[in-house]
Design a protein around this ligand. Structure first.
Ligand SMILES: *[C@@H]1O[C@H](CO)[C@@H](O)[C@H](O)[C@H]1NC(C)=O
Length: 330
């Protein structure tokens, strides 16, 4: 679920995959749909996969079960979604899926004029053991640009950056300031990168900062223009997700003061302790700081029998921020 929620932060649409040889809905089907809703994805295509494994009448019956599932979830993105029977392994109907992606998932308006804001979903150290000093490359961050344009040679900031705790256990963060040395989309080297798709950003950062996905969940953009870094959040309009057997979205099943939740905010997953709860408001203390803004949606998950289960979502209303030291480059 965490992987799905993090990835959904940069998606324009989603494919809801249902296995034709299993009954529908599976418990995670509703949960995945709820996640799609939370992440504000407006367009989904439902794929009935593995039709090669079942008899025709089984596939037809399941198609009806899927339609029922859609009916139960009317008012969500599932309403009106196409249901395409496919076999991924035999590549049946993949051309139809492509056609639906092109025709049913509109390209959202991309604003090139706002300051650049990229969500990091992967990061790497591309150097191999034994590289000569002169051949060492800086850290690489991969993600999707939400707004604005990034350019080669541009100076950028990555927030929250390096997070440390002082002797009193208080979190401190130092944004990373660096320069873009290369931009990639698939195999293509770019001079400019714009919103949409996945972009690899080569920088002059110390590669130890980017190795093994260390920058996942951070935000990259113009120096001094990124949102605040929060360590505590007040979340309002807590709304529970539909779970098996319940027909409606309701209140988040009671949060307990002191309990630990997992939050997903953009592509950042972090633990959080519930400090206070009142009606549909909760105050949460974050395990790691998050660069985000008021009004952003957050997903809440709770550990149930060794699994993180999505229990609801809410909106950031306020919070406590970390003081970010001014850039030495400004
Ligand atoms: C459905 O097919 C998969 C193989 O793709 C198999 O692993 C799984 O056990 C099957 N499920 C059922 C209920 O037969």
């Amino acid at each position: 679920m965490a992987t799905m929620l993090n990835g959904a932060a940069i998606m324009d649409g989603a494919l809801l995959l249902i296995a034709a040889n299993e009954s529908c809905p599976q418990p995670q089907t509703s949960e995945h749909l709820a996640a799609v809703e939370i992440m504000r994805l407006k367009h989904i295509i439902i794929l009935q996969n593995k039709v090669d494994l079942v008899q025709e009448n089984v596939a037809i019956n399941q198609h009806e079960a899927i339609q029922n599932f859609i009916q139960v979830h009317s008012g969500t993105v599932a309403e009106g979604a196409p249901v395409v029977p496919i076999s991924a392994q035999l590549k049946y109907n993949i051309d139809v899926v492509c056609e639906y992606i092109v025709k049913k998932i509109p390209v959202p308006k991309r604003d090139f004029t706002l300051p650049p804001n990229m969500i990091v979903i992967r990061s790497f150290d591309v150097n191999k053991p034994g590289f000569e000093v002169d051949d060492i490359k800086g850290g690489v961050a991969g993600g999707s640009i939400l707004t604005g344009v990034l350019k080669v040679n541009q100076y950028i900031e990555v927030r929250p950056g390096i997070v440390l705790k002082d002797e009193n256990g208080n979190m401190k963060c130092t944004p990373i300031y660096t320069r873009i040395v290369s931009l990639f989309a698939e195999q293509n080297e770019l001079q400019f990168a714009v919103p949409g798709g996945l972009i690899g950003v080569g920088t002059t950062m110390d590669p130890t900062l980017t190795r093994a996905d260390r920058l996942v969940g951070q935000v990259l953009g113009d120096i001094g223009s990124l949102p605040d870094v929060f360590v505590e959040l007040e979340v309002e309009r807590l709304i529970g997700v539909r779970t098996k057997g319940s027909e409606k979205q309701g209140k988040v099943s009671k949060l307990v003061k002191g309990e630990i939740l997992m939050l997903n905010i953009g592509s950042m997953s972090t633990g959080a302790r519930v400090l206070a709860v009142k009606n549909d408001l909760a105050k949460l203390q974050l395990t790691s700081p998050v660069c985000t803004s008021k009004g952003e949606k957050i997903a809440l998950s709770r550990r149930v029998e060794k699994h993180w289960r999505l229990i609801g979502w809410g909106m950031i209303q306020a919070g406590a921020t970390l003081e970010v030291p001014p850039s030495p480059l400004l």
